[in-house]
Each structure stands twice: as C-alpha cells, then as structure tokens.
Unconditional design. Structure first.
Length: 95
C-alpha cells in the first residue's frame, strides 16, 4: 500500500455514495420541485426517463473515465478532475 491508497479509496467511495444518493432521490426531487411549475412536462413517465438517463450517464461516465485514466494515467486524470472543481463550484452563480 502507498500513502495515496487511502485517499484514492475515500474519493472513489465518496463518488460512488454521492452518485447513488443522487440517483435514488432524483425522481422524488424532480417531481416535488418542478411538477408544480411545469405539470404538462414533468409527468411520472418523464421523471422515470430522467432517472434512467441519469443512470446511463453515470455508467457511461464510469467506463469513459476509467478508459481515459488507463490512457492518461491516474494522476493526470485526477488533475483533470481538479480543473473541473472551480466550474462546479461556480455553477450555482451561473443561473
């Protein structure tokens, strides 16, 4: 084991836990938040399709990032993640 292993494990565990939490509550959040504002668009079938597309996107992302990590190396891939952090942090101010 290296000194990086626990940090890597924690980041993968946190990512997986956050993804599953988002996936498990996304239909409820979508229907509670947006169904009142857009009842013609946000139906039960729309919310189900939304959850399905989230799951497919997460699966594609896992395979895509792992393939990219194999090509670029783990440290370079995490450097790309680090570049994305300011964008994610600024996301609430963009709307």
């Amino acid at each position: 084991n290296t000194a990086q292993f626990p940090l890597l494990w924690l980041s993968v565990f946190g990512n997986a836990t956050g993804g599953l939490a988002l996936l498990s509550s996304s239909k409820l959040m979508l229907t509670d938040i947006f169904a009142g504002a857009m009842p013609a668009i946000v139906t039960e079938s729309f919310a189900t399709g939304y959850v399905s597309s989230l799951g497919i996107g997460m699966a594609v992302g896992r395979f895509g990032w792992s393939a990219l990590s194999d090509k670029l190396g783990r440290q370079n891939t995490y450097a790309l993640f680090g570049l994305g952090m300011p964008i994610v942090a600024m996301a609430p101010t963009l709307c």
